[in-house]
Design a protein around this ligand. Structure first.
Ligand code: NCD
Length: 369
């Protein structure tokens, strides 16, 4: 084992809460109450103060982008003039890739993409870390999605400890473990919807379907930031939320329930968060399994009649049969605004990682009072 590999194994042997601290910067905002990350790796890097700050930034960005003067401002933030972003996606993606690309366009940041290891020099036997070190020579932020457990974290750790130049990393989905920016955009969507309805505090979020996936897991990590939130995980018995998440929730006093009865939980829910079966991690992927969904964990038009008027329906997408498109016109279905919110949150992530968020505060101070 190489020296670097030994050091990485030693780092990885620590608790995740310790490792998360390594990816926080020494940049603070709002009288030291907000600490910015220097790479985005874990959902647990986001506490309430940081989330609130990011949501304000996102509101400011979306309103600026809507008017041509504002859109021009966003494309001309001076310290970004020589910055570039690069995507390395080793797993399929539509929204996460395109929303990051679109977010970089909002800021006038040129971006390039390397999709699939088979087109990189890894196919010629290059080590994965060498590929990443190469990317860091061409880019100022790397956005990575990967199926190998802990790989995104390893790259961020490696570049911070050994990199030739600073290059933050954004985790765009690692294995079935973490998808921190998905959780950010999901909470941003809830934050906006519940803004005039008492906030996210005290609401009940019902996760439905496959609770083993990184989107549900990452959402669960953020729940501790909202006092009184209750989580219900409704899934078939072989797709239950992991015991590590259950332990985490118990340790942080988040109330939760694990059930196989989706229908029985509907009337209690303020948010119904549907999911697709994550068969690529847990089962043999066949053409049939690509279409597979669990009919008992789908929102049918009949069940939709039992959903409260102020309850929203969310889904990280892609969907299969669990949320039929004919329900999309129902105003409670928020999947498309959730999708667009992904772009705003990712603009904000670029702003904080490049340390230019204060330019936004100066430009739109009314959002930060
Ligand atoms: C999710 C993912 O990739 O984990 N999709 C996404 O990023 N919007 C959810 C999924 O694939 O089911």
């Amino acid at each position: 084992m190489s020296e670097i590999e030994k050091k990485w194994q030693k780092f990885l042997a620590q608790e995740e809460s310790e490792r998360a601290k390594y990816f926080m910067s020494n940049r603070t905002r709002i009288d030291g109450r907000v600490v910015l990350p220097d790479s985005i790796i874990f959902p647990r890097q986001f506490n309430r103060e940081l989330l609130e700050y990011l949501f304000r930034l996102a509101d400011a960005v979306r309103d600026l982008e809507n008017v041509s003067d504002g859109a021009r401002f966003l494309k001309s933030i001076d310290p970004l003039a020589n910055k570039r972003v690069l995507h390395f996606f080793g797993q399929p993606s539509t929204r996460t890739l395109l929303s990051h690309q679109s977010a970089s366009m909002v800021l006038g940041l040129p971006n390039s993409s390397l999709i699939g290891s088979e087109t990189s020099s890894q196919a010629k036997g290059e080590s994965r870390l060498d590929t990443m070190a190469t990317l860091a020579e061409y880019a100022d932020i790397i956005i990575i999605r990967d199926k190998e457990k802990d790989f995104v974290e390893k790259v961020a750790w490696y570049l911070k400890a050994y990199g030739n130049r600073p290059c933050p990393v954004i985790n765009a989905g690692s294995y079935s473990d973490h998808h921190p920016t998905q959780a950010q955009l999901d909470y941003y969507t809830m934050h906006r919807w519940f803004k005039n309805r008492g906030g996210v505090e005290g609401k009940t979020i019902l996760f439905v379907g496959d609770c083993r996936g990184r989107a549900v897991r990452s959402n669960a990590y953020l729940a501790r930031n909202y006092p009184g939130v209750k989580l219900i995980f409704a899934s078939p018995c072989d797709m239950k939320i992991g015991s590590d998440i259950q332990d985490y929730l118990a340790r942080h006093d988040v109330s939760f329930e694990v059930t196989e009865d989706f229908g029985g939980a509907i009337s209690e829910a303020d948010v119904i968060y549907l999911t697709r079966v994550q068969n690529e991690y847990f089962e043999k992927v066949t053409d049939e399994s690509k279409k597979y969904f669990h009919p008992d964990f789908a929102l049918t038009p009949e069940l939709m009649r039992e959903v409260n008027v102020d309850t929203i329906i969310m889904h990280p997408l892609p969907r299969r049969g669990e949320l039929p498109p004919e329900l999309d016109n129902d105003p409670r279905v928020k999947i498309w605004s959730q999708t667009r919110n992904g772009m705003w949150m990712r603009v904000v992530n670029f702003l904080i990682l490049f340390g230019v968020d204060q330019e936004m505060v100066r430009k739109s101070p009314e959002y930060f009072r």
